[in-house]
Design a protein around this ligand. Structure first.
Ligand code: SF4
Length: 358
């Protein structure tokens, strides 16, 4: 079972963020939310086989007292050593007390939103912490959790090539076992979008952002962190199992406001109260699950996909033609017969590749 729980609370809204989260919730509101989530996790049916992955995302989950969830998660956990339990952590939450509480909850993986190690960029993002504070926070987290990674944003306005190189160097000096490096997206209605419309910031073009991603990929690779998904890099064995399960087409249960879920043909999204639910056809389901694998370094295995989803059979010949053509253009490479994985260029255009196959 793969379980995602969303916590929609933050200290402040970052300038670029379009995730479902809000600042200013009272302790009582956060406690009530944990109570809701606890009840929903407790009512999940016992899992049948397969390892458990749990991912607490947000928002800033550690703004909530997560201890009440321990009792609800325990029956799902089974053998603790096979469970991956990730919590997204804001640097300001990485206090010794919180880290200790997370360990007691059974958390064994931390994903810290560092975003930049450039003080001017952090201030413009509205992150509420300096680069030095983020470094100290990550060191504490890394000591408490051997499986600790960090997030960075490439393409932030005004970050020079030298400043980006410095951020990469400082990030790697922290010895993360995992890095997520996202290209800045100008999301509508964010503070960043408003500032760009007023002409107060100039958002770099795709080429500039991609140059930073290229530089990051090379730096991470030199440190042994291999790219295993469009935006994700890890030391061998430290890939995020929860996210890999999603990209490999497995089911995941989404709990909480703003959480998405995929269970069989059902797609769910958490609302302020209850869940929105829609049902896709068997073919839509198979196409979605199969194509997501093109985001990963393992790529799409056409023979395995045809066996797993017989409904795809009529599409396989035309997919094979398209995939071979993309391999001819250097966007994909055929790693073994009928298995196609993205090249570095392919990672940059994987959304377009998936659209072409749809
Ligand atoms: S802390 Fe994370 S979720 Fe919260 S506003 Fe900032 S980027 Fe968004």
């Amino acid at each position: 079972m793969n379980l995602y729980v969303h916590f929609p609370f933050c200290r402040a809204k970052c300038a670029y963020c379009a995730l479902l989260s809000r600042a200013g919730a009272t302790p009582a509101a956060r406690a009530a939310y944990v109570g809701r989530v606890r009840g929903e996790v407790a009512s999940l049916p016992a899992r049948e086989g397969g390892p458990l992955t749990v991912y607490f995302g947000g928002g800033s989950p550690a703004l909530c007292d997560l201890a009440p969830l321990a009792g609800a998660l325990a029956p799902l956990a089974g053998a603790a050593d096979e469970m991956e339990f990730t919590v997204e952590l804001h640097p300001l939450d990485a206090t010794p007390r919180t880290l200790d509480a997370l360990r007691r909850l059974g958390v064994n993986r931390i994903s810290m939103g560092v975003q930049s190690l450039d003080d001017a960029a952090l201030a413009a993002m509205g992150r509420l912490h300096t680069a030095a504070e983020a470094e100290a926070a990550f060191r504490r987290a890394r000591r408490a959790f051997p499986n600790a990674g960090l997030d960075l944003i490439a393409g932030w306005p005004g970050v020079s090539a030298a400043a980006w190189r410095a951020t990469l160097g400082r990030a790697l000096a922290l010895e993360p076992v995992h890095v997520s490096c996202y290209t800045l997206i100008r999301e509508p209605k964010t503070r960043l979008d408003l500032m760009a419309r007023r002409g107060e910031v100039a958002i770099p073009g795709d080429d500039a952002a991609l140059a930073q991603i290229d530089e990051a990929r090379e730096a991470f690779s030199s440190a042994g962190l291999a790219r295993y998904e469009v935006s994700n890099y890890a030391l061998p064995g430290f890939e995020c199992r929860h996210n890999l399960a999603v990209w490999r087409g497995e089911d995941y249960v989404g709990i909480g406001e703003g959480a998405h879920g995929r269970e069989g043909l059902a797609r769910t999204v958490g609302l302020a109260a209850g869940y929105g639910r829609r049902t896709v056809t068997a073919e839509e389901d198979a196409v979605e699950r199969a194509l997501l694998s093109l985001r990963t370094a393992s790529g799409l295995d056409l023979s395995a996909a045809a066996r797993r989803w017989p409904v795809l059979a009529p599409r396989i010949p035309s997919w094979l033609d398209t995939l071979c053509a993309l391999a001819g253009e250097g966007i994909l490479r055929e790693t073994s017969p009928r298995v196609f994985a993205p090249t570095s260029r392919g990672f940059e255009v994987c959304d377009a590749v998936m659209s072409a196959l749809m």
